[in-house]
Design a protein around this ligand. Sequence first.
Ligand SMILES: Nc1ncnc2c1ncn2[C@@H]1O[C@H](COP(=O)(O)OP(=O)(O)O)[C@@H](O)[C@H]1O
Ligand SMILES: [Mg+2]
Ligand SMILES: [Zn+2]
Length: 292
Amino acid sequence: MQSFQHSRARLGERIRRLREATAATRGPAPEICADCQGTGWVIRNQDGVSRASRCECWIREKIGKLRQSAGIPIRYARCTFDGFTVYPNEDLERALRRAREFADRFPVRQNSLLLAGPSGIGKTHLAAAILNECAGKGIGGVYCESATLLTRLRSTYDKNSGTQDTDILRRLTNADLLVLDDLGGEQLTRWGQNMLHMVLNSRYNQDLATVCTTRLPPSPHERDSLLFEIGGRLLSMLHQMCDVVEFDGADYRHAGEHPDADTLETLWDERRRRTVGPTPQARFVPEQRLQP
Ligand SMILES: Nc1ncnc2c1ncn2[C@@H]1O[C@H](COP(=O)(O)OP(=O)(O)O)[C@@H](O)[C@H]1O
Ligand SMILES: [Mg+2]
Ligand SMILES: [Zn+2]
C-alpha cells in the first residue's frame, strides 16, 4: 500500500504540472478534485484495511462519457423514469414499470423489450431513460434510430465515405445494450430487412438484450401492422426475442409546454372518446390474418 500511495502521489504531482503547463495555452484548467488530486483513486479504510477505490469524480466522469457515447439525441439525453409523468392510464403505468424493471435488472439476462404504441406517448423517452439508467451502472449502451442506421449503412457503399459497414454493425451487435428506435418508421427494402435481422439475430444469439420501439401495431393480425413495413421474418424474430409492451396515451407533443398529469389525463380522455365512439373502428381484420 505504501508503494501505491507513493505512485499515486507521483501521479498527482505529474497531473498538477501538466495542468500548469497547458493552462497558458488552453486557459484555466478545471478544479482538481480535492479527494483524489486528479488521479481518480482514493484510499479508504475498511475494517482496518486500506483499500484503493475509484473516486466519485472519476465515476461521475465515466458515467458522463458513457451517456455521451451512447449517441442519444439531445432532446432525449436527460430523459429519466422520474421525469416521466403518469396519469390514470393502466397501460402507460405498466409500460413505465416494465421499462424501469428492465433497467433495474440489467445486466441480468432477460428478454428484449418492444415498446409499441402511437406517436408522442413517450416510447423513445422510456428507451432513453433505460440507456441513461444503465449508463449510471457503468453499462455502455447505444441508441440508434432504425431509418438513420440504414441510411448510414447505405452510405458506406460510397467509396469516399471513409466508414466501413462492418464498423457500424460491430458497434451495434456488440453493445451491451442497444436501443433500436422507431422500427417500421419507413417501409424496409429486402436489404434493410436483412440488415436489421442480422443485427437482432446476432444479439439474440449472444444473449444481448435490445430495446425496440415502434408506432405500429406489433400483432400481424391488426390492420396496418408492423408486418407490412418490416416483413414477416423480422417480425417473427422480434416476437421471439421481445416482451411486447403495448400502450396508448395522450400525445405529449400536443400537450403544450411542461403539461401536468391533469392536462395529459384530459387529452387522453378526449383521445379515447374519439377512438371508442359509437361506431368503433375495427382494429382486428380477420382477412388480414397473416402469419409472421
Ligand atoms: N409521460 C411523459 N412524461 C414526460 N415527458 C413525456 C411523456 N411522454 C412523452 N414525453 C416527452 O414528449 C416528447 C415526445 O415523446 P417521445 O418519447 O418522443 O414519444 P414517442 O417515441 O412515443 O413518439 C419527448 O420530449 C418526451 O420526453
Ligand atoms: Mg419515438
Ligand atoms: Zn476525485
